[in-house]
Ligand binder design. Structure first.
Ligand SMILES: Cc1ncc(COP(=O)(O)O)c(C=O)c1O
Length: 414
């Protein structure tokens, strides 16, 4: 008999099943949720760098392809390391199921295309990450899917945009980079009443800070590149939903189009999730202190702070209700591109970088980077102004960050 690791063997050695693990509290889920051990009893999750699997006999492989045996068949369909990540994210999110993806954009594309067909209509937030807007403005219409973009912070705009063929609501909260907040309870209730599926891009928060399903969201999609990895190492994504949505709607799309995450990247994100909550809360706390330090000075110079943790944010109360903490990301607006670039160029500690969620503090000018692909009109309509800067606050000492920001604002004449 040839030895083969099967999912069944792994399950047996740990004795873990969903009925037990889903009772654990979030901090426990983050470290242990979804762990399967092989017969070697490894403490840290094993990294299964394999594209295929071998079988004891032909009947076994036939049974697996027929869905009668729960072993693995091919890593586009299942991989043990990826499966551990999926189970852990699902448990942290409070979702029935999750499928990991190669990147955040793979996750958004799969979450939308798996359920939309020609003739359907999608309502999306106008303030969104540049590539998410590209999906809505360019990709979906190419396949005959109608789209409408709205001011997602205004509840009535969601009501007004509904058509008989509306199938999906798609939004970020907070949005990148304008930090617009969506009233998730209102919007998700409205969607349910009209048989519409809500897809929430929760990249700015992660389940450590906000769990959209608690407010009625159907599908939560992630760039796990951001807070979940949290150390700027890999691209990764995830889509969470009901068993029915994941198995019957997402999986046929995913298995046949292949936007799958590499097992190595899945393993890196598994390690990231162990410290996610600590990082997300500490980074939020530092972001609030840095924001408080900057606000008066930015406003005195005629600029604007867009920070969900500051009472000046137009949706401050809603953000307090929906988010456990304000998150590590905020934006501010100064007097045009030249001043914004001058601030970036004067930074000595904070890096100029367009990533977010990293343990390093990073800052970028969205109009010339993450949102450069949009038209001037679209950027203006979304509120991505020429003078806007977006900050990702990391794990450095807040005093060093304040000193760096103080110096850079000073050099730029603020
Ligand atoms: C809100 C949001 N969604 C999706 C993405 C895309 O993620 P990825 O770069 O992992 O494809 C990003 C990237 O910045 C983002 O900020």
């Amino acid at each position: 008999m040839r030895a083969a690791y099967s999912l069944a063997t792994m399950k047996k050695t740990t004795g873990m099943d969903r009925k037990v693990t889903q009772k654990w509290r979030p901090a426990t889920q983050a470290v242990r949720g979804g762990t399967w051990r092989s017969e070697h009893g490894e403490t840290s999750e094993a990294l299964f760098l394999t594209s295929g699997y071998t079988y004891d006999d032909a009947a076994t492989v036939a049974a697996r392809f027929a869905g009668e045996d729960d072993g693995m068949t091919y890593s586009r369909l299942q991989n043990p390391t990826v499966a551990m990540l999926e189970e852990r994210i699902a448990l942290m999110e409070g979702a029935e199921a999750c499928r990991a993806q190669a990147s955040g954009m793979a996750a958004m594309t799969a979450a939308l295309l798996c359920q939309l067909s020609a003739g359907d209509h999608c309502v999306a937030a106008r303030a969104a990450f540049g590539s998410c807007r590209w999906l809505v403005d360019h990709l979906l219409p190419r396949f005959g899917i109608e789209t409408t973009v709205i001011d997602s912070a205004v509840n009535e705009e969601w009501d007004k945009a509904i058509r008989p063929n509306t199938k999906v609501f798609f939004f970020e909260s907070p949005a990148n980079p304008t930090l617009d907040i969506v009233d998730m309870e209102y919007v998700c209730k409205l969607a349910t009443a009209h048989g519409i599926t809500t897809v929430v891009d929760n990249a700015f928060c992660s389940p450590a800070l906000q769990r959209p399903m608690e407010f009625g969201a159907d599908v939560v999609a992630y760039s796990a590149t951001k807070l979940m990895d949290g150390q700027g190492r890999v691209l990764a994504g995830a889509v969470c939903g009901s068993e029915e949505f994941i198995n019957e709607t997402l999986l046929p799309f995913q298995r046949n189009t292949g936007p799958n995450i590499a097992p190595f990247n899945a393993w890196v994100v598994l390690k990231g999730l162990e410290t996610l909550s600590l990082r997300a809360h500490k980074q939020s706390e530092t972001a609030l202190k840095l924001g408080r330090f900057m606000e008066e000075r930015i406003v005195a110079a005629g600029g604007t702070m867009l920070h969900p943790g500051l009472p000046s944010h137009p949706s401050y109360d809603l953000a307090q209700q929906q988010m456990d903490a304000c998150g590590p990301i905020f934006s501010f607006v100064v007097d045009g591109r030249a001043q914004a670039h001058a601030i970036l160029d004067a930074l000595q500690l904070i890096d100029i970088s367009n990533n977010i969620g990293d343990a390093r503090s990073l800052m970028c000018h969205p109009a010339s980077t993450t949102h450069a692909g949009l038209t001037d009109e679209d950027r203006a309509e979304m509120g991505v102004l020429e003078g806007m800067l977006r900050v990702n606050v990391g794990l450095e000492d807040v005093e060093d960050l304040i000193e760096d920001m103080d110096g850079a604002l000073g050099v730029a004449g603020l």
